[in-house]
Design a protein around this ligand. Structure first.
Ligand SMILES: [Zn+2]
Ligand SMILES: [Zn+2]
Length: 269
């Protein structure tokens, strides 16, 4: 335990001594989240633009007959940028004047604590989003007002990860902010889980079932990844959980993309 604590202390010391103005700014989590979304989305946007010219990747495209256009990509990106600039930044600036900025601790968390607390945050968020998502697909008015924006495209692509209405962004943002506070996470854990959860969300939307993505690397089908979420965009009454599969399995809302394609083939024959 002590060894894993010392492992992160140099990183934490570097951040405290050299990047303090940046990391202590209330705007830092917003910058971290938005830049992670942009950074993780770019390679998959390049894949979408190259298409069949890179057969090594294109053969993993889940819906090969539906490719995003530059217009669709820029519209999704502009919506995410607009939401962040016009709503998220002013909300953060407002809270800066209301709430005191918490003091950063001197010691780093242990690696063990980062993993355990990070996993707890992901599991809690996954549960909250499952319930929210299920309700918003069952209630037509709520769906139209809150969630329909995200379902504009049947075949997801990386940029549409944050194609969200402002009320949906605010709900998701509230849990993302409050869950680590509720679970008393170290700031370093919070930032790690922010980046990791954005990676998972982008992976959900890439539209490719790449063999090295997390849903293939983590055993027992614990994570849904792109195949599960792609299926949700095609058949919205399935696969409500954003990351894990257990709630969809327990409540019978899981639908596998390959099972669905098999059924379609049988019906067509
Ligand atoms: Zn989605
Ligand atoms: Zn949905």
């Amino acid at each position: 335990m002590f060894a894993s604590g010392r492992l992160l202390q140099p990183v934490w010391d570097y951040l405290l001594f050299h990047q303090l103005p940046l990391i202590s700014s209330p705007l830092f989590p917003v910058l971290l989240a938005f830049s992670s979304y942009v950074f993780f989305s770019i390679p998959f946007a390049a894949l979408d633009l190259l298409g069949e010219r890179v057969p090594l990747f294109y053969r993993y495209k889940i819906q090969p007959d539906r490719r995003p256009t530059v217009g669709m990509m820029s519209r999704s990106f502009m919506t995410a940028a607009y939401n962040n600039i016009v709503f998220v930044l002013p909300t953060v600036l407002l809270t800066m004047f209301i709430l005191p900025t918490p003091k950063l601790p001197d010691t780093a968390p242990t690696l063990y604590k980062v993993i355990i607390d990070g996993l707890a945050v992901l599991l809690l968020f996954d549960t909250q989003y499952y319930i929210w998502h299920f309700i918003h697909h069952k209630q037509p008015q709520l769906y139209r007002f809150m969630h329909a924006t995200h379902h504009e495209y049947v075949a997801p692509f990386s940029w549409c990860t944050q194609l969200l209405s402002i009320p949906e962004l605010m709900s998701v943002g509230l849990w993302s902010n409050q869950d680590p506070i509720l679970l008393r996470c170290h700031p370093l854990t919070t930032w790690c889980v922010t980046v990791f959860s954005i990676w998972m969300s982008v992976e959900d939307h890439i539209g490719y079932d790449l063999p090295w993505t997390l849903n293939h690397l983590v055993p027992f089908g614990l994570l849904g990844g792109a195949p599960a979420h792609d299926m949700h965009h095609q058949r919205p009454s399935s696969n409500y959980a954003p990351f894990f599969c257990h709630w969809d399995r327990i409540f019978g809302t899981v639908l596998h993309v390959f099972l669905f394609q098999g059924i379609l083939k049988l019906c067509n024959n």
